[in-house]
Ligand binder design. Sequence first.
Ligand code: BV8
Length: 241
Amino acid sequence: MTDDQLKLARRYLAQAKRVVIFTGAGISAESGVPTFRGSDATWKGMPAAVASSLGLLEQDLTTAWEWFDYRRTLLKAVSPNAAHVAVAQAESCFAEFLVVTQNVDGLHQKAGSKHIIELHGNIWRGRGLRTGKRYDLPETPLPTLPPRGDADEPIRPDVVLFGEMLPAGAFEEAELAAMRCDACLVIGTSGVVYPAALIPLAARDAGAAVIEVNPEATDLTPHVTLSLRGRAGDIVPQLFE
Ligand code: BV8
């Protein structure tokens, strides 16, 4: 990232009244959370996209929970990084400010962000298989797999698996915010997962400045206003200074 690019990005944000922050696994990388498509993205020989698939959960709920509870134990030890904190602190500086995240790690909440849409759910919650009732599951490792809810109903992770619909209304609410915003900051996503990846494109189509922060070029790079090469923890705090 050059000084001129940083100045331009800061100007776009300074002039914005309504901001959407769209995040992916990369914003949590510097907290020590493995990304999905990095070299570390396999578990028991399965790629993350298989371990996080509806097929595996339907076939073997216990193994699906072993995968999710393994990630929960990793997450228990990590904290939000400078990028999460900068995003949380920026919230009060704008008339409208919304975090739209693909992540399920809860680190935006931990950093203090208040206005968040979790497009893919949250790894710290479960959902009853029969009733759909949601349960907070803060304890990890879980005492029994799968965890049980009221009337001993089995509980599944309250996350959106590959092949599943997003939570009712979440995508639509995020898309509306993207179409209204003046600036959309895209942090740490490869832009390959749909329909989530449509959010920054909706912002661009509605005339917003779309600024990407990523050490690498991504599928979204050709569509953004400005692509800042570098790590979220280094760049994002500078954008809101
Ligand atoms: C749907 C929750 C339709 C679970 C996640 C074939 C079969 C089945 C489905 C499909 C298929 N082909 C296409 C699909 C659709 C599929 C999809 O898009 N697949 C992709 C992979 C091709 N989408 C779905 O299945 C979605 N549902 O389509 O339903 C439907 C219609 C009718 C009826 C029924 C269904 C649901 C998708 C949601 C999946 N769940 N998470 C869990 O966490 O286990 S998505 C998962 O990937 C995570 O949430 C993750 O965040 C997300 C997206 O990935 P990224 O966040 O971008 O992470 P990635 O590792 O890819 O990239 C990290 C980036 O960070 C990199 O660019 C890297 O350079 C950068 N980075 C690294 N370090 C840093 C950094 N950036 C900044 N700073 C750093 N330090």
